[in-house]
Design a protein around this ligand. Sequence first.
Ligand code: HEC
Ligand code: HEC
Length: 242
Amino acid sequence: MNRVPYLGAFAALALTLLSGCNLQHGQPSQGAETPAPSEVLDFKTLYAQNCAGCHGAEGRGGAAIALADPVYLAIADNTAIHKVIANGVHGTSMPAFAQNAGGMLSDKQIDVITSGIRSAWSRPETLNGTNPPSYVATSTGNAHQGEMVFQKYCQSCHGPGGQGGAKGSAITNDSFLALVSDQELRTIVITGRPELGAPDWRGNVPGKPMSDQEITDVVTWLASRRVQNPGQPYTASNYAQH
Ligand code: HEC
Ligand code: HEC
């Protein structure tokens, strides 16, 4: 029975070493210990640290759409939201947050954000039983039809050709179209930007909700207005000639 006292002494020493910090400097209060970034699992903290800069405090919108929007949360399911957070949207300012895509968040943290967005901000009852259009386009769009859809539903605010009007900004200029995905255009046509006074798919022409096909067509028309060298007055071939 030689080893028991030895182990006991060792355990006591280990305990002393482990608690040494606290004993020497007094007990820090709980919460004063900052968890490692990868250990934060609180929705509000994760949202504030990673998302609020673009999507606004409390999801109320900023440079990017409001996520605290019941219409948005009625069309986008958790799989879609999780995927965008993990992988970002290539070619836009929406970053990829998953570690395996070069970001800083664990899959568990992305789960917390995804389910937190829904439980904090989803309000299915505000849709009053109206079925919103599909999040993803389910048919091929027709740009020519889309131009007429634009004239019917959008021109009153965004001006002829989408070049800007009294009640809405330019949405066909090359720099805007260069930084926005087709899905985001579709999302905004369905949800509007309620925080900025832009109507959802039901409100462009009061009493005339847009059909799914009209939404698909107007997005196809907007996308067809993209240019190859956004923001540049001259094309690459212009430069080559000089
Ligand atoms: C640097 C700015 C920026 C940050 C930070 C950012 N986003 Fe985004 N986000 C965007 C932009 C811009 C888009 C639109 C991208 C596009 O054109 O598809 C977007 C799109 C999205 C979408 C998809 C919207 C749709 O149409 O379905 C979701 C969901 C989203 N962001 C969630 C988040 C969450 C959650 C965070 C934090 C973990 C976050 N974003 C951080 C800029 C940002
Ligand atoms: C009643 C006026 C009104 C109507 C009708 C309207 N919008 Fe808007 N729209 C706005 C306002 C206001 C904003 C937010 C501020 C801004 O960008 O002008 C906006 C924003 C947008 C944006 C985002 C612009 C950005 O800079 O982020 C897009 C895209 C858009 N609208 C497309 C459309 C399309 C397509 C239609 C027709 C299907 C439409 N809008 C109908 C008023 C309107």
